[in-house]
Ligand binder design. Structure first.
Ligand SMILES: NC(=O)c1ccc[n+]([C@@H]2O[C@H](COP(=O)([O-])OP(=O)(O)OC[C@H]3O[C@@H](n4cnc5c(N)ncnc54)[C@H](O)[C@@H]3O)[C@@H](O)[C@H]2O)c1
Length: 265
């Protein structure tokens, strides 16, 4: 089944983790995929995986914090594939070593976080929309996080910038819905990507698992499948929404992990 037949999808941050999984899954569903990443080699690796599986792809080197670079990415997409139907503004994140509580957080890191998460989402959106309108509509998928929904003792910048991503998602959906451009966001929970694995202190994985209703942490494919759905016409009546894909992490009562042993075997 080719759920994304005839669609051209641009995915930023597709050289690794969730972005790479989304690129492979979208290609499997028939999309032509632009694999956009800061890391030229990583983008080429993702593109090679797609090529090997028989998909059509274009690796592009991009810095999503730079407007000129975004303009070039969009131009390269349209030059190669003739259209742009789906944009995943996926690059984001902060440095967990310096993104601390409000008293100790590094303000330079905060400004970098705004640039990597918020500016990048706005720039990708504003340069993709004219092409989507020309194509009769399109789907923009922004990557937020459960950090946008709950407070934490650390990662003040991360929560703030991801909340801004949710707000941009709603504004875009309202402003361009009349032109048939949909815009939704995904809030992943803990997903075992290189970014997360390399930064987690010992013991944290087990406590994260305890915080989930489902008995495991997320995989890149778990999020990638949701991105395929949002890119496809199956989600055609869905816009301005935040889909929380977190294994039940944020809906669970804080008492639940301690009471789990009381469940019947
Ligand atoms: N992994 C998780 O648990 C998790 C949870 C919630 C949200 N997220 C979000 O998912 C997104 C990606 O996370 P991931 O775990 O897939 O990360 P990752 O580190 O595996 O991949 C990020 C990719 O983005 C690229 N990149 C970084 N800066 C860039 C720039 N300026 N321009 C272009 N490319 C750039 C990197 O080269 C890398 O290939 C982020 O927005 C992150 O906040 C991740």
């Amino acid at each position: 089944m080719e759920r994304l037949k005839d669609k051209v999808a641009v995915i930023t941050g597709a050289g690794s983790g969730i972005g790479r999984a989304a690129a492979e899954l979208m290609s499997r569903q028939g999309a032509r995929v632009v694999v956009a990443d800061f890391d030229t080699e990583a983008a080429a690796e993702t593109a090679a995986l797609i090529d090997k599986a028989g998909g059509l792809t274009l690796p592009v080197t991009v810095d999503v914090t730079d407007e000129g670079s975004i303009v070039d990415m969009v131009a390269a997409t349209v030059a190669e594939f003739g259209a742009l139907n789906v944009l995943c503004n996926h690059v984001g994140g902060t440095n967990p070593r310096t993104d601390l509580d409000v008293l100790r957080m590094d303000m330079d890191e905060f400004h970098r976080a705004v640039s990597r998460n918020v500016t990048s989402t706005l720039l990708g959106t504003r340069h993709a929309i004219p092409h989507m309108i020309r194509a009769g509509g399109g789907s923009i998928i922004n990557t937020a996080s459960v950090a946008a929904l709950v407070g934490d003792v650390l990662q003040t910048s991360y929560g703030a910038v991801k909340a801004a991503v949710v707000s941009i998602t709603k504004s875009t959906a309202v402003q361009y819905g009349p032109r048939n451009v949909r815009c939704n966001a995904i809030a992943p929970g803990a997903v075992m990507t290189p970014a997360l694995e390399n930064n987690l202190p010992d013991g944290v994985i087990e406590s994260l698992k305890q915080g989930n209703a489902l008995p495991r942490l997320g995989s890149s494919e778990d999020i990638g499948h949701t991105m395929v759905f949002l890119a496809s016409d199956e989600s055609r009546y869905l816009t301005g929404q935040l889909l929380v894909v977190d294994g039940g992490m944020t809906m669970q009562s804080s008492a639940a992990p301690g009471r789990r042993a009381q469940l019947p075997a």
